[in-house]
Structures are given as structure tokens and as C-alpha cells.
Design a protein. Structure first.
Length: 159
């Protein structure tokens, strides 16, 4: 059970409605992230991040800072296609939990990257856990920090 579901006796109807609307907008942000990646629309990707956003993932150990740098980094990863993945390919997200604290929120989700195998059947080739800090930016929710923890394939052990 999500601990952030408002207790009807402690919150006004307006407060509860605002939290529900915020949760839905954040869910839509997560879906939009996958959609723009699948369309390779890196300009749209950059607009999902706040001005001071940070991104850690995709093989980078250091935080990539700022929407333009994040977009450029992700575009390079897709352009290189180091695993030689076939097209079309798609991002899917599941197990989303969201905690809202005013104009900041925290989300955790599982992400899957699905590609066609040799028989053109769907094959999940990657799974990651996404840890997100989100911020309300000019009335819209955006990523402030996205950390992508690769689960499968398992990361190489650190020495």
C-alpha cells in the first residue's frame, strides 16, 4: 500500500484532488520519457528535464547535468547501439511508486527495453530500476534527477 495516499480525514478534498492530479501527471511524464526515446525525439527528451537536472545511467558513472547535455548523451548511446539491437524497439515501464511532497516528488519504477528477436518475437533485453526526483517547474512536473540502475544485464562487479 502506498504510504502517500491521503487519509480522507486529514486532507481536504482539494488537497486530495491535487495529489491525484500530480500523480497522474508524473505517470504521464514517465510514459512520455519512454515514448520520446522510442521515437528518438531527443529535443522532446530534453524538455522533460528541469534546467538543473542530473542524469546518471547508460553506462555513465558521473552525473550528466542540464537538459541539453542529457539529451546529447542519451542520443549518443542510441546512435552507437553498442549491443547491435534490432529495430523497432520499445521502452516499457512498470511497478511505479510515487511520493509527493509539495512541489517535489520521488518516483521509482522498473524499465524494460524490448526488441525483436531473430524470429521477430518480442525479447526483453534490458531491465533497470529508475530512481527519480521530480520537481514542479513552471506548473509542470519534470525530472530533476534520474538515476538508472541497470539490473539485467547485470552490471560488471566492481573491483
Amino acid at each position: 500500500m502506498d504510504s502517500n495516499i491521503p487519509n480522507s480525514s486529514s486532507k481536504s478534498i482539494e488537497d486530495r484532488l491535487r495529489i491525484m492530479e500530480d500523480r497522474e501527471e508524473i505517470r504521464q511524464l514517465l510514459i512520455e520519457y519512454g515514448r520520446v526515446l522510442d521515437q528518438r525525439d531527443f529535443g522532446a527528451l530534453s524538455r522533460l528535464f528541469s534546467e538543473n537536472a542530473e542524469y546518471i545511467g547508460g553506462g555513465s558513472l558521473n552525473a550528466i547535468k542540464g537538459p541539453a547535455a542529457i539529451s546529447k548523451f542519451v542520443e549518443e548511446v542510441f546512435r552507437k547501439n553498442p549491443m547491435g539491437l534490432r529495430f523497432p524497439n520499445f521502452h516499457l515501464f512498470a511497478n511505479v511508486t510515487i511520493q509527493i511532497n509539495g512541489d517535489e516528488a520521488y518516483a521509482k519504477s522498473k524499465g524494460f527495453f524490448v526488441v525483436p528477436n531473430e524470429e521477430d518475437m518480442p525479447l526483453a533485453v534490458m531491465m533497470a530500476t529508475n530512481d527519480d526526483v521530480l520537481v514542479r517547474d513552471k506548473g509542470r512536473w519534470k525530472f530533476k534527477r534520474r538515476i538508472v540502475h541497470m539490473e539485467i544485464p547485470a552490471p560488471a562487479p566492481s573491483v
